[in-house]
Write a protein that binds this ligand. Structure first.
Ligand code: NI
Length: 171
């Protein structure tokens, strides 16, 4: 089921999500809703808190790692993901977010990371990635800790965006 995506500055986007303690019907339903919502809106990933469910679940489109624009979507549910930095050298990607409308910015993060999670069968999943894909892994796990990409840009850029948003809301 398609679910509405929370939009910044909704304070719930800053809420920390709880670990999943079992693959229940509720979690399966959540994964399906996240997939439906991501397919409908488009994007490389989505995290459960973006649809107002504060559980540590994200979906990533693994086809994005292959640098092949024609690769079919491969939406992987990642439950209780844990991020490890493999190469801390700073790297910048141009990021956007389904929850941050009409804004993109370059965000500096560690260059290469690994992500360990379980899938819907409770089987371990291990992913490694860098560049755009590595940034996506970090961006989505950030959501589970209530962190948005705009929390990781300069104060100046952030305040310009906040001003623009306020102006648009008045119109
Ligand atoms: Ni996002």
């Amino acid at each position: 089921m398609l679910r509405p995506v929370l939009q910044y500055p909704d304070p719930r986007l800053s809420q920390k999500s709880e670990p999943v303690d079992g693959i229940t019907e509720e979690i399966r339903g959540l994964v399906q809703d996240l997939k439906d919502t991501l397919i409908s809106i488009g994007g490389v990933g989505i995290a459960a808190p973006q649809i107002g469910v504060f559980k540590r679940v994200v979906i990533l489109d693994l086809s994005q790692a292959r640098h092949d624009p024609d690769a079919p979507q491969e939406l992987a549910p990642l439950i209780n993901p844990v991020l490890t930095v493999l190469d801390p050298a700073p790297h910048e990607e141009n990021e956007g977010c389904l929850s941050v409308p009409d804004f993109r910015a370059r965000v500096r993060r560690p260059r290469r990371v690994a992500l360990d999670a379980v899938d819907l069968d409770g089987k371990p999943v291990h992913l490694e990635g860098e560049g755009y894909y590595g940034a996506a892994m970090q961006h989505e796990t950030d959501h589970l800790d209530g962190v948005l990409f705009i929390d990781r840009i300069s104060y100046l850029k952030r305040s310009l965006y906040d001003k623009k948003l306020k102006k648009n809301r008045k119109m």
